[in-house]
Design a protein around this ligand. Structure first.
Ligand code: PHE
Length: 513
């Protein structure tokens, strides 16, 4: 049987046969004066014909850094100091004087002094009233560390495996003195299989393979003389480092598409909100810790917010004081307009939802109304791997006659199903503005875990009646954390990654989404 190989692959096979032993890929490439990549592609051809292969091994090496190289050339700084003393026949000298003569930086100078003392070359004393250095030896043989340093002269890179136990101590000293670099790399060793060792070169025919056909080849018909290299579409192409849309924006756009496809319309609202829309309209009592519960950032500037039409403010006021016409008893306290005028950075997009209810009232709209909002919110939170102080909520409402919990669960399930989460679970929850309230979690199969995504519920009559939304018309509402969704979606375990932007991860992102 004959085997067809490219000319260069045959050459490499010849060299390997001659050597009769395994060789490191790097050595082989430099010996043959070819590119490492060219060599490995030839080895791939050998693997394909079962003639050879390669093994991979992690190797650890050390080399001197720039400072280390400098000392290899000029001697360690303690030796340089010593030489200054010997050359000038100095037996004692003040520290300041020696510092000046050495031209060393302060920290290197003091390290050198301390090493001179350690080597028992010199002693330091203030006995004369001055801080002085005294030579205390006649002979100054090479120290262990100096002898070890010398090893780098013939070979600038030393394999860890070739370092003896004793020498390891010197490596530690050099490391502490920050004079070495550690190198970790994967070494490939090339070998021949039994078949590769046995096959006579005469059995190998030249493979003329091309990966491109030129117009000349076509017109002269010479392309017929070649074999065409098959495309391997499973091999990754070269990494393209160009700008692309941020993963979070891609996700937001996908969420938009999903809600739009389900018949929803997008709404936006101001980031600087009034306490009125953020809390009062949501039936949160003015003295209730719920207002602090969300760790709201209140603002000094602008100091007061504009409230909506007087009669609606009055309707909200009455609901708080005695329930208004909602059938509730209200909270039974005196409602204060000034508290409602406070300004804040919205801690949830439910404030924007409330503005939509106000608009519904103003325009005397008809049901059903289906809207969603994907926007930024702010909370005074400590940052950690699952909390941000600035994040994004995916909010939505449906205003419809006889809207019910079953529909709400159906809607959320459908949304998450389209996002790729097959199962959701809803559990009883609490929000001051919904009754019943539900916590929404999705099943994340990769980790076999339920992940909490946000809240939902049906707005209480106290929330909807002031805006003319009365039984049997109800409002289904939800607010989910976008970054919470993004974590399993992009398989990130730290929520801060979406804002810290690890460059490696961003580069791995697809251009196509
Ligand atoms: N506003 C709630 C939050 O920020 C979410 C929510 C919205 C709950 C609508 C119920 C209804 O967590």
């Amino acid at each position: 049987m004959t085997i067809k190989l490219k000319k260069q692959t045959t050459e490499i096979l010849k060299v390997l046969k001659k050597k009769g032993a395994d060789v490191s890929a790097e050595d082989l490439a430099s010996e043959l004066k070819i590119d490492y990549i060219v060599l490995m592609s030839a080895i791939n051809d050998l693997i394909y014909c079962d003639l050879g292969g390669f093994k991979e091994e992690e190797i650890y090496q050390i080399s001197l850094n720039e400072e280390g190289m400098n000392y290899l050339k000029n001697g360690l700084p303690e030796r340089q100091l010593l030489n200054i003393l010997l050359e000038n026949n100095i037996k004692e000298i003040s520290i300041d004087d020696l510092l000046k003569r050495s031209n060393f930086e302060r920290n290197i100078f003091y390290i050198s002094i301390s090493n001179m003392k350690k080597n028992r070359w010199a002693a330091q004393s203030k006995a004369s009233g001055e801080n002085k250095i005294y030579l205390i030896s006649e002979q100054f043989p090479k120290t262990q560390i100096e002898r070890f340093l010398q090893k780098f002269e013939p070979n600038p890179i030393i394999d860890y495996s070739r370092i003896s136990k004793d020498e390891l101590k010197q490596v530690n000293v050099l490391n502490k003195r920050k004079l070495i670099k550690r190198i970790r790399k994967t070494q490939r060793t090339i070998y021949l299989t039994e078949k590769g060792k046995k096959i006579p070169i005469s059995k190998i025919k030249e493979l003329k393979q091309i990966s491109k056909i030129t117009p000349e080849m076509l017109s002269s018909r010479t392309w017929k003389n070649y074999e065409l290299k098959p495309f391997d579409v499973t091999k990754p192409g070269p990494l393209l480092k160009a700008g692309k849309i941020h993963p979070l924006i891609n996700l937001i756009n996908e969420i938009r598409e999903i809600f739009l496809s389900m018949g929803f319309i997008e709404i936006r609202g101001p980031i600087i909100e009034s306490a009125f829309y953020n809390f009062d309209a949501l039936f949160q009592p003015q003295d209730h810790p719920a207002r602090e519960l969300q760790d709201t950032f209140y603002l000094n500037n602008p100091e007061v917010a504009k409230l909506p039409e007087k009669d609606r403010v009055l309707a909200v006021k009455k609901t708080h004081e005695n329930g208004g016409d909602s059938g509730s008893l209200g909270w039974g306290y005196k409602w204060d307009e000034n508290i409602a005028k406070k300004t804040l950075l919205r801690p949830h997009t439910t404030a924007t939802t409330m503005r939509r209810l106000a608009q519904f009232y103003r325009n005397k709209e008809k049901v059903p109304v289906k809207v969603f909002c994907v926007d930024r919110v702010f909370r005074n939170e400590k940052l950690d791997k699952s909390h941000l102080a600035e994040f994004t909520q995916v909010e939505g409402i449906v205003i419809d006659d006889n809207a019910n919990l079953c529909e709400l669960i159906g809607l959320l399930s459908e949304f998450y199903r389209k996002m790729g989460f097959k199962k959701i679970i809803t559990k009883p929850g609490f929000f001051p503005y919904t009754e019943p309230s539900m916590q929404v979690s999705v099943y994340y199969d990769k980790l076999d875990e339920w992940l909490e995504m946000g809240g939902s519920g049906i707005f209480r009559p106290e929330v909807t009646y002031p805006w003319g939304i009365k039984e049997p018309t109800r409002v289904l509402a939800w607010g989910q954390g976008l970054e919470r969704i993004a974590m399993p979606y992009y398989e990130r375990t730290d929520i801060r990654d979406f804002y810290i932007n690890p460059i490696k991860w961003l580069r791995e992102q697809s251009y196509l989404k």
